[in-house]
Ligand binder design. Structure first.
Ligand SMILES: [Zn+2]
Length: 523
């Protein structure tokens, strides 16, 4: 900060009697000149943004100020730094390695804030997680959920049973403590064991603790497909938890996964919008990819055959007595996932080929080919299990935010925001640029009540991205998932350039963003 210089300049203005349109000094640390400005909520216009310290000083058609530094943004898009409400990068955020904590994969897409602790995972001691930034600087801002899975494991372990009253009370205390430590709310991943062992009423009683303290319920729902209760019932459960526990619901990475539920997006949307009309707050986030990342065995081998690990699996694959049942189950899983052509092998000997191509080249049926591949090495795969019509239907809804579900091994960690722009704005025109920006920034800040973030407006924190609309795109692919995105010129995090002239600066200016619980709800 330049307080003495500001004071001097103010003195000079007073002496010469300069008229000023506001009371702030007529100099800024940074002037972003002549870009096309999307504020997060307004129609775009060409103009200037000025920054002083960690805050935006002005946003308008023309800033008549001098600045320490001027960035020429002509032809560029200037937007609020993007906010990613669903990631699995909590380990990176608290890593002992300073270079990892810079999280270049986010910065190079213009993401300046990310949430961690999604899907019920993470460290239940959210106060400690949020405190980490004080001694271990981070590249972007972060907020954290308290994860139901983490809480349940701590109290009940892996057991497939309901908690007894003392255990339930212990879990409620952990959630309450985390909320008082600044958690955003309660996240769940009811699809995953041991969270899947919990009944709805158990989740409601914990969600209440979050709701009482101003939190949100964020859920990877119990079934996104046709594995257990089905997609529609799982959405219904999430809405019901929000209704009974009296808190907003956010459905994580909303999708219709697998051939049995393809085409269900309109019905799911209708159900959510009915809940909204009835007065509930229900939103969703979505990643812009039609494939999930898994391994060939995890996708196709039934759980009974995987029990006991790889050696046990290999023994079963070689047991003729089990072959009919095993082949029938693999066949069924292949059907659910859309067939052998929808499984792309992304590592090892068959990298870049689908299971259908591997089968054809060996003149085998896909089940035989899959067993042969898994016997040698279980490769990572991209499983194409969503259809574009469902993706676009969800994406068009004004309550669906951009998210990444960032996790290693899938290009979404390195390219979700950039891909959504390049594919769904520029190429396919599913969204306008303004819709993309608003739903990647202001909508997310509003939904999760992030104070003074998500918009370009005077007084807000200076989290800003400047990108080239001709070049902004993901480079990460299923085969090469860790290529950084292209087209981002400058990223400011709390007023500090984290990306400058298209390159990382190495500056770690992110902050922890604890949620403040309402007065009287915490000791
Ligand atoms: Zn998830």
């Amino acid at each position: 900060m330049n307080a003495p210089r500001h004071a001097l300049l103010l003195g000079l203005f007073a002496l010469v009697g300069c008229a000023t349109s506001d009371t702030s000094p007529e100099t800024a640390d940074l002037l972003i000149r002549g870009g096309t400005i999307y504020t997060g909520s307004d129609a775009p216009f060409v103009g200037d943004v000025t920054v002083t310290g960690d805050r935006i000083r002005s946003v308008g058609p023309h800033a008549a100020v001098s600045a320490e530094r001027v960035i020429d943004a002509a032809g560029m898009i200037v937007a609020p730094g993007f906010i990613d409400p669903h990631t699995h990068m909590g380990g990176d955020i608290v890593s002992a390695d300073a270079a990892v904590r810079l999280v270049p994969n986010f910065l190079m897409q213009g993401v300046t804030t990310a949430f961690i602790g999604n899907d019920g995972a993470g460290d239940p001691d959210v106060g400690r997680v949020l405190g980490s930034a004080a001694t271990r600087p981070v590249g972007i801002n972060y907020a954290a959920y308290v994860g139901f899975g983490a809480v349940r494991e701590k109290v009940v372990g892996q057991a497939d049973r309901a908690p007894d009253p003392a255990e339930l009370a212990g879990m409620r205390t952990l959630v309450a403590d985390a909320m008082c430590g600044g958690a955003l709310g309660l996240s769940t991943g009811l699809f995953y064991a041991p969270q899947s062992f919990a009944r709805t009423d158990e989740v409601v009683s914990l969600a209440r603790e979050a709701g009482l303290r101003g939190g949100v319920y964020d859920s990877h729902i119990r079934d996104e497909s046709s594995y257990t209760i089905g997609l529609a019932a799982a959405v219904e459960e999430a809405i019901e938890i929000g209704r009974q526990a009296a808190l907003p619901v956010n459905i994580s990475h909303i999708k219709a996964l697998g051939v049995d539920v393809h085409g269900q997006a309109p019905a799911i949307i209708a159900r959510i919008e009915a809940a909204q009309r009835a007065g509930q707050k229900v939103t969703a986030d979505q990643y812009p990819w039609s494939a999930s990342g898994t391994s060939l065995a995890a996708a196709l081998i039934p759980l009974w055959a995987q029990d006991g690990g790889r050696l046990a699996l290999l023994a079963r694959l070689g047991d003729p007595a089990l072959a009919p049942r095993l082949r029938a189950d693999i066949f069924e899983n292949l059907r659910k996932r859309g067939g052998a052509a929808s499984l792309l092998i992304t590592e090892g000997e068959h990298k870049g080929r689908t299971l259908a191509q591997v089968a054809a080249s060996g003149a085998e049926d896909p089940v035989t080919a899959a067993i042969a591949v898994i016997r040698i090495h279980d490769p990572a795969i991209a499983s194409f299990n969503q259809v574009e019509a469902d993706i676009a239907a969800f994406m068009r809804r004004p309550w669906v935010m951009t998210g990444s579900d960032a996790s290693t091994g899938h290009p979404r960690a390195f390219g979700s925001f950039a891909r959504k722009y390049a594919k769904y704005v520029r190429a396919d025109r599913v969204l306008t640029l303004r819709q993309f920006i608003d739903r990647s920034s202001a909508l997310t800040a509003d939904t999760f009540r992030l104070a003074d973030r998500g918009r370009l407006r005077p007084g807000a924190f200076a989290d800003i991205v400047i990108f080239d609309p001709k070049l902004y795109a993901a480079r990460a692919t299923y085969e090469q998932p860790t290529l950084l995105a292209s087209g981002v010129r400058t990223v400011l995090v709390n007023g500090v350039p984290a990306v400058d002239n298209g390159a990382l600066t190495g500056k770690a200016a992110g902050r922890a963003l604890p949620r403040t619980p309402p007065p009287g709800t915490c000791p």
